[in-house]
Design a protein around this ligand. Sequence first.
Ligand SMILES: Cc1cc2nc3c(=O)[nH]c(=O)nc-3n(C[C@H](O)[C@H](O)[C@H](O)COP(=O)(O)O)c2cc1C
Length: 424
Amino acid sequence: MSQSASASVLVGVSGGIAAFKAVTVVRLLKKAGYDVYVVPTANALRMVGAATWEAVSGHPVTVDPFTGAADSLHVNLGKQADAVILVPATANLIGKISNGIADDMLTTTFLTATCPVFICPAMHTQMWQAPAVKENVAKLRARGYHFIGPVSGDLTSGDSGEGRLAEPEEIFARFESQFRSHTHSETEATNADQLADSPLRDKHVVVTAGGTREPIDPVRFLSNRSSGRQGAALAEAALKAGAQKVTLVNVNMEVPLPEGVEEVKVSSTLELEKALDELFDSLDVLIMCAAVSDYRPAVVSEEKLKKTASDTFSLELVKNPDLLAQLGARPREGKVLVGFAAETAGGQAGLDFAKRKIQAKQADLLVYNQVGNEQGFGDRPNQVQVINRQGEILGQAAGSKQLVAEKIIEIIINQSILKDAASS
Ligand SMILES: Cc1cc2nc3c(=O)[nH]c(=O)nc-3n(C[C@H](O)[C@H](O)[C@H](O)COP(=O)(O)O)c2cc1C
């Protein structure tokens, strides 16, 4: 059960097509021990009915503030909430709450809540990019509300782009991690003292996350299954560990960026090479977590490739630059270079490969993890070993990507190059 069990969470659901995914968010919250109250809008009930919300939350739902007038339900619901999650948040709901409109149960209750607020927008890309929505979102961010997503991906309209609701598991994980930091203010005060002494306190940490896409033609590309979750968790862990600045090089990540990081967006290996070249002088720690294609198509067709009569099709590939080796060969006084080796070979064979790789790439640390159909990718937990250039195992971790990230950052912080600089 979660540390925040028994806290009361108000889940506001508005009338977006992704309302059905909020059912999973409610279930995850309930499973973790939260007391969940759902307040839907009238349009949300056109997507998912009241009976579903009542069954999954265990509490009655109402859309009309006049229904519970005798008990001032809207005031009580808002006052008792320890957190509010709006999922999905439509453009309409975002517009209303940014302007203080209170014309239904959800928006009226929202104004009575003084707790942390988490907004999970979902809408078509054009709506998300509309100037009015952008202004409303900026207003809400400035009020200190947390945004989870939206992410890029397939949309109900058949289009693809930014505006898709973050996955329920992601919403739950981000909510838990940020809500916990709100509710533990005493721990935070202690942490603040510790952060002032952190070896990362004046350091710029750069993390690459996601997987490269190597274009074949205007609509197709070669890629891999890396979601960017581990890199996002590393960036978040570096911030928590007191890094002065964290830059996340977003290589087609499927998950939202942690709050507080700076973003550099790239897609292909060559774009990543250029971005790292530009960042290299200013960084102190570089964590190369993104999965990079070894090869790319020799020719990128300007037109969509057509099916031919032949049963086979050949694509000529050329080698991509080896980014880790290139950076490892550069003079880097005071910098820590961390590589990743994701291998399907397990046990000693995998570890031996990792030892050869760190030598060949001249990295300072190498994080070795075994990957495969059931391991390492997406939401699945990760299991890693961290080795140094001498091939010594400095630590290992198994569990959620957050837990693994915290362990990796702890090992990086303990590198003498950072520790000695911090204590001098
Ligand atoms: C099938 C369907 C799907 C919709 N999906 C979305 C959506 O994902 N995001 C959004 O902002 N609006 C969406 N809308 C439009 C909203 O339902 C509309 O703006 C409505 O006024 C929102 O009301 P509410 O915010 O009070 O729930 C959709 C409408 C329909 C009919």
